[in-house]
Structures are given as C-alpha cells and as structure tokens.
Design a binder for this molecule. Structure first.
Ligand SMILES: [Zn+2]
Length: 379
C-alpha cells in the first residue's frame, strides 16, 4: 500500500497486521479485540484504523456488541476497495470474472473465440474483451489490481513460454504476445493450478489436497500443508495424462488412453454436439437419446474413478474435483464414489473425495486470486 511512503517498516508492519486481522476475522471484530489480540495500545489501533479508513480499506461494519456495559462497534474490510480480474482461455471461449478482495464474484462473462491463429491475435482479443467487460460491468479501472490469465498449458519455470498446450495446439510458444496489449499488471498461470489455489483459499484449511481440474484439458494441482508442490519441471499434478485405459482413446497429447481422453467434457461435445448445459438436463430427463447419453456418461464416470483411485493411491490425501465439469457432478457423486470404492483395495470409505467448495468459475476466479494474495502480502 502506498498511502505514504515515509512510514517506517515497523509502522507499516503494524498497519498490515491490523488490516490482515480484520480481513481474516470470522466473527465480530472491534477496536478492543484488535488491541488485545495484536498486543497494541488502543491509541495505536485508533491511529492505524483512521489511516486505513481514510484509504477506503476499512469501515465500521455497523454491528454492535456489549462488552462490560459499553457498546463496541464492529469493523470490517471494504471488500470492494480493489478488484481483480481473471480470464480463462480455452479452445472455444474466454471466461472473464471479476472478484473483490474476498474473492466474491462481482461480474462474469463468456466470449466465444475462434481457434487461435497466433498468440498476438489472441492477445488482441483478450485486451479487447477485457475492456468491453470492464465497461459493461462498470468496473472502476482505478481499483483494478491486475488481470490474471489462465491457460490449459504447461509453462516454463520462468513463466515466459508455454512448453505444451495440447488443447490449444501450442508447443514451445513465447507468452510475450499474449499480454503486451493489456495495459494493467498481468499474470499467467496454468488453469488447474489456478483452480487449486482458489480452492485452498476458500477452504481456508491447510489439509493436504490433490485438486483435479475437469475442464476440456484435464489437469491438477498438488497442495501439501497449504503450499503448492510444483515438481522439478513444473509438471506436477498433470493428472489428465495418466493412462487409465492402455491402448484406449486417442488423447490430444498424442498418446492413447489418457484420463483426459476419457473424461474431458470435449468428449460429450464430440459425441453429441451439445455443451454440458444441454447434455445434463437431457441425461436427467431421459430424452430419446438417453441410452447413448447414459452409456457415455457412465463410461466417463468409470474412468474418472480410476483416475481418482490412482491419485489417492499415490498421494493419500483429499481429492477435490473442480473445473467446469464439476459444476454438474453433484447428482452423480454417489455413483462415482461407489465406483471409486469398488477399485480401491485399501479403503471403502470415500470421505476423502469432494467437489470443490468454489463450484462455479473456479479457474478465472482462481487466477484473479493471484492479485488479491499479492495485495494482502504488500499491504
Ligand atoms: Zn494425454
């Protein structure tokens, strides 16, 4: 926060602690509880609060609680004081989401995109779509922390080029052209990693977790004790290319039988020409094509169960299903759990398998989160 650069480090740290305490407070938070919990004098608390309030970052929450005959008034952060935008890029569409400082979704929009001819063209489309999005939802550019871009791609350790992105048909491509038309701070991350970070953030727990991202490209993230395990080549959690059927369906990566080849939503579109929004209502109602729909979906669930079981075998931790396919999974979770239990020799209890807490728009929100975390670290 650059409210005044003359602050000493210690004073800056104190103000940061005050802000973070209010940000993290689950229940009622007052000036008195701040002083008590942070070991500060009341005058110090008052001074820091007046600075934070003048900067528009903290406000009186309007709640009151009696403490020993006196009324204490509550404090909360101003969640809309800053905004972060995330853009998820997939082969068919861009998904844009704006979030406030608590990762509440403020706006969401999808934009169809034609297959990418070059990254420079994609960069132009991103920049244009972003400005239209900001205009349409009247998002104050002065409050915009930055724009995160999530790609179904394995990135180089320095984030400067894509080493592989089969669903986008890209390989060894520099990321330069993608962000240069965007006049705000940008950050590029793998889509599944973004989703995993978002899940970790909203769960607020440091339980070990394997996050399986079910988008057109299937990937994942491994989070141990609240921190990502990225691997030696930044390719950890590439669950989509585990083999679940030797000699099976051809995958975008060129091999056969990958989890992605079996469980990608693209398989539904390829078989029936419909998006998920149309597929699942038909499946549930049992339309004329019900038998074919059901056969394909059951096959997807069985292969998904193999993938989940492999992840559990390897990592022995919670497995969380996210990505846009997970938005439709709740009614089928009991069946999926039954299949998983059926192939796991060690445990019949599938309590480790969850749908992501953040059910919708996990990827764009997850990549926007980068700027919120950055803001919290710098404040
Ligand atoms: Zn593959």
């Amino acid at each position: 926060m650059d409210m005044d650069s003359g602050l000493t480090d210690r004073r800056r740290q104190t103000r940061s602690n005050v802000y973070r305490y209010i940000y993290d407070a689950k229940g009622f938070c007052s000036r008195q509880s701040l002083a008590r919990e942070l070991g500060l004098s009341l005058p110090t608390v008052y001074q820091n609060l007046s600075e934070l309030m003048a900067a528009g970052l903290v406000r009186d929450s309007g709640e009151q609680q009696s403490t020993g005959g006196r009324k204490a008034s509550g404090l909360s952060i101003v969640s809309g004081a800053r905004v972060a935008v995330g853009i998820s890029v997939t082969e068919h569409r861009l998904r844009l989401a704006a979030a406030d400082l608590l990762l509440n979704e403020l706006a969401y929009q999808e934009v169809d995109n034609t297959p990418i001819a070059s990254f420079a063209d994609m960069g132009e489309l991103l920049a244009q779509s972003l400005e239209q999005f900001l205009d349409r939802f009247s998002i104050d550019r002065a409050k915009l922390l930055g724009v995160g871009i999530a790609l179904p791609a394995v990135m180089s350790p320095d984030s400067r080029y894509i080493t592989a992105a089969p669903t986008l048909r890209l390989k060894d491509t520099s990321l330069e052209g993608l962000t240069e038309s965007i006049p705000y701070p940008t950050y590029v991350e793998n889509d599944a990693t973004s989703g995993g970070h978002a899940e970790l953030f909203v769960r607020g727990s440091s339980r070990n977790m394997a996050y399986l991202s079910l988008e057109n490209g299937i990937g994942g993230a491994i989070l141990f004790a609240g921190a990502p395990y990225v691997g030696d080549n930044r390719r950890s959690g590439e669950f989509g290319h585990m083999c679940v059927e030797p000699g099976g369906l051809r995958c975008t990566c060129g091999r056969q039988g990958c989890l992605e080849a079996y469980c990608s939503p693209r398989r539904i579109r390829a078989a029936f020409g419909v998006p998920l929004e149309e597929f699942f209502p038909m499946l549930e109602q049992g339309g004329t094509q019900y038998a074919e729909y059901e056969a394909l979906w059951d096959n997807m669930l069985r292969h998904l169960a193999i993938g989940i079981c492999n992840i559990r075998m390897t990592l022995d931790c919670d497995v969380v299903l996210g990505g846009f396919l997970s938005e439709f999974l709740a009614p089928y979770l009991p069946r999926l759990k039954e299949y998983v239990a059926g192939i796991n020799p060690f445990e019949s209890d599938t309590g480790y398998l969850h749908l992501s807490t953040l059910r919708r728009h996990t990827v764009p929100l997850g990549v926007a989160l980068h700027f919120i975390v950055d803001f919290l670290e710098r404040i």
